[in-house]
Design a protein around this ligand. Structure first.
Ligand SMILES: *[C@@H]1O[C@H](CO)[C@@H](O)[C@H](O)[C@H]1NC(C)=O
Ligand SMILES: *[C@@H]1O[C@H](CO)[C@@H](O)[C@H](O)[C@H]1NC(C)=O
Ligand SMILES: *[C@@H]1O[C@H](CO)[C@@H](O)[C@H](O)[C@H]1NC(C)=O
Ligand SMILES: *[C@@H]1O[C@H](CO)[C@@H](O)[C@H](O)[C@H]1NC(C)=O
Length: 324
C-alpha cells in the first residue's frame, strides 16, 4: 500500500471517530444537558435506564463513606450467619426472655418461606422506580395517590392502610415492612418484609404463617397473619446493623422502620421517591389515618435520621415529596 493511501485511511478513520463522538455527545445533551458536564458524557454506558440513576456518582466521597453495596439487604440461608459482633448487637435490641437457638430457627424459617436472592440485578437496561411511603399526617390532602402508584415498587410500613385514603396514598403495595407488634393482614400480591429485632420475631413469623401458637412477644401480637408465604422476605440483621453504623453512626438506639425501608430502597432501586416522612406543616407528628399525637423520638433519633434524609435529597439520591 502506498503511504498516501495509508494516510487517507487514517484520516478517514479519525474523521469517523470525531463524528461518532460528537453525535454521542449531542444526543446526550439533548436528553439531559447536565450530563455533558458529568462523567457520563465520556462513559455513555449508564448504570440504569432511568433519567437519573441512584448509583450515578457512587464514588463521591460522601457516598463511598455511607454505601457498602456488598452487604445484602435481605436474608438468605447463606447470608443468615451473623458475625459475633452483629449477633450480640442484634440480640441486645429487645432482649427479654432467653432466646431460642438462632440458626435452628432460621433453618425452620426457610422451610416455610422461599430462600432466594432477589433484586441484586442492577443493569443498564433496568429502570426500577420506587416509592417509599411513610405514615406521616403530611400525606393527608396531598393527592399523591397516582404519583405513588406510578412507581414499580411501592413500600409501605407498619399499620399503614390504603383503603379510604387512596387519593392521597395510592392503592398499590408491593412491599409491606412490619414486625410482630405492628403486623396487619396483607393482600396476596404484596410481599411481607419482616424486620426482625429478635429471634422470637422469626419464630412468630413461622407461627403466624402456620400454627398460630405465638400470641405474645413483649406485647400481645396477632397470632396469625394473612400474607402470601411464597413472597415473604426477611430484613437481614447484618444489613440492619450496617444501617445503624454506617448511616446513623450509632445515633439513637436503633433505626426507625421508615429509615430502614429507605436505606433498603437505596440498595435495590434505581430511582427513589419518598412520601409521608417528617411532620406536617403545623409541625405535628401523627399518622395520616388517625389523630394520635406522637413524639417522633424515643428509641429512634428522629432528628438525625431527618438530617441524613435531607442530605440524600441534596445529593440527588432521593426525591422528597413534603405533602401538606
Ligand atoms: C463492606 O462490607 C463488607 C462485608 O461486611 C466488609 O468486608 C467490607 O470491609 C465493607 N467495606 C467497607 C468499605 O466498609
Ligand atoms: C444451635 O444449634 C446448632 C445446630 O443444632 C448447634 O450446632 C449450635 O451449637 C447451637 N448453638 C447454641 C448457642 O446452642
Ligand atoms: C396467592 O398467590 C399464590 C401464588 O403466589 C397462589 O398460589 C394462591 O392461590 C393465591 N391465594 C389467593 C387466596 O388468591
Ligand atoms: C441536623 O443538622 C443541623 C443543621 O446542619 C444541625 O444544627 C443539627 O445539630 C443536626 N441534628 C442532628 C441531630 O445531628
Amino acid at each position: 500500500m502506498s503511504i498516501l493511501r495509508l494516510r487517507r485511511i487514517r484520516n478517514l478513520t479519525l474523521l469517523f471517530c470525531v463524528i461518532t463522538f460528537t453525535m454521542i455527545l449531542f444526543s446526550y445533551s439533548l436528553w439531559d444537558p447536565s450530563l455533558l458536564f458529568s462523567k457520563h458524557a465520556l462513559h455513555p454506558k449508564r448504570p440504569c435506564s432511568c433519567r437519573h440513576c441512584l448509583t450515578d456518582l457512587d464514588d463521591d466521597p460522601w457516598n463511598a463513606d455511607h454505601f457498602n453495596r456488598s452487604i445484602h439487604p435481605l436474608m438468605t440461608r447463606e447470608n443468615s450467619v451473623l458475625s459475633e459482633e452483629t449477633f450480640k448487637w442484634w440480640q441486645s435490641l429487645q432482649s427479654g426472655m432467653k432466646p431460642a437457638n438462632y440458626s435452628e430457627v432460621v433453618e425452620e424459617l426457610f422451610q416455610v418461606i422461599p430462600d432466594e436472592v432477589l433484586y441484586m440485578d442492577a443493569r443498564p437496561e433496568r429502570c426500577r422506580t420506587c416509592s417509599v411511603v411513610g405514615n406521616s399526617g403530611n400525606l393527608k390532602g396531598s393527592e399523591y395517590g397516582d404519583l405513588i402508584d406510578s412507581s414499580k415498587f411501592i413500600f409501605r410500613m407498619n399499620m399503614a392502610p390504603t383503603s379510604g385514603f387512596e387519593e392521597d396514598v395510592g392503592t398499590r403495595t408491593t412491599h409491606h415492612f412490619l414486625y410482630p407488634e405492628s403486623a396487619i393482614d396483607l393482600d396476596n400480591n404484596t410481599r411481607l418484609v419482616l424486620i426482625p429485632y429478635k429471634t422470637l420475631d422469626l419464630q412468630w413469623l413461622i407461627s403466624a404463617l402456620t400454627t398460630g401458637t405465638i400470641k405474645h412477644t413483649y406485647l400481645p401480637v396477632v397470632p396469625r397473619i394473612k400474607a402470601n408465604r411464597d413472597k415473604v422476605l426477611i430484613y437481614n440483621p447484618t444489613f440492619f446493623k450496617y444501617v445503624y453504623d454506617s448511616w446513623l453512626e450509632g445515633h439513637g438506639r436503633y433505626p426507625s422502620t421508615g429509615f430502614l425501608s429507605l436505606v433498603l430502597a437505596l440498595h435495590i432501586c434505581d430511582e427513589v421517591s419518598v412520601f409521608g416522612f417528617g411532620a406536617d406543616q403545623s409541625g405535628s407528628w401523627h399518622h395520616y389515618w388517625e389523630n394520635n399525637n406522637m413524639k417522633h423520638t424515643g428509641v429512634h433519633d428522629g432528628d438525625y435520621e431527618h438530617n441524613i434524609t435531607m442530605l440524600l435529597v441534596e445529593k440527588h439520591k432521593i426525591k422528597m415529596f413534603h405533602g401538606t
